[in-house]
Write a new protein. Structure first.
Length: 237
């Protein structure tokens, strides 16, 4: 588990490299883009019917309707051990979320699901355009994760700690950076996991988490949401 201090030491040690300087500029630009997008988001999201038309089947079949497809209700949860599957065919990503979470509308996010009783338990996905071919083009997992945690995924008045950052690859070889952090306010601490990757000319971010006081109960579920996040290639973007 890497500390923030060790991450900063690594950054300083490599800062003289032209490639590293270029990567650092790239990740700062990317962070600024996401911040601008997130700053437009509403802070109070209301529960509402799905923003996309969803056709439910009585079987476990998937059907494309508009952009989003879901396995039907309880069948999805049973099939995935208490999780539902979201597949966004238009934007070419998919992930799991715990059965019972509801879709809410948050400006600036492509999709958000949350527990309406425990609102800190949620998952969101957004993306911005990029000309990079891989998330690795922005830097290593620790550098990118640290920048996102400090400048994008939290507020300036929060006490933020990056707990872990690592690289994973899916079956196609696509690189993801998975990381863990906490953000503390005077009223609560949110324990969060995130996953970022690049594909289809987009930089994708999935973020999920829960209140620290419930982390012991929710950690495995939140980790499964994070690791379920995958992006596929589109040939028509």
């Amino acid at each position: 588990m890497a500390s923030i201090a060790s991450i900063q030491r690594v950054q300083v040690a490599h800062s003289s490299s032209p490639n590293v300087r270029s990567n650092r500029r790239g990740v700062r630009v990317m962070a600024a883009q996401i911040s601008r997008q997130n700053n437009a988001a509403s802070s109070d999201a209301a529960v509402h019917p799905s923003r996309r038309q969803i056709v439910m089947l009585p079987s476990s079949s998937l059907i494309y309707a508009g952009a989003l497809t879901l396995l039907s209700g309880e069948q999805a949860a049973q099939a995935k051990g208490g999780f539902e599957v979201v597949r966004d065919q238009q934007d070419a990503y998919q992930f799991l979320y715990p059965f019972g979470w509801q879709e809410v509308s948050v400006q600036g996010q492509d999709v958000v699901y949350k527990d309406v009783i425990e609102p800190l338990e949620s998952v969101s996905v957004n993306y911005i355009p990029t000309d990079k071919k891989s998330v690795a083009d922005y830097g290593d997992a620790k550098e990118v994760s640290y920048t996102l945690v400090k400048k994008v995924l939290t507020n300036v008045n929060q006490d933020v700690k990056l707990l872990n950052a690592e690289e994973r690859k899916d079956s196609t070889g696509r690189v993801y950076y998975d990381f863990e952090y906490t953000a503390t306010t005077p009223r609560y601490t949110r324990h969060a996991l995130a996953s970022v990757t690049v594909g289809n000319g987009k930089f994708y971010t999935l973020e999920t988490g829960a209140n620290e006081r419930r982390w012991g109960k929710m950690a495995d579920k939140i980790a499964r949401v994070q690791k379920s996040f995958e992006v596929s290639d589109r040939t028509d973007y």
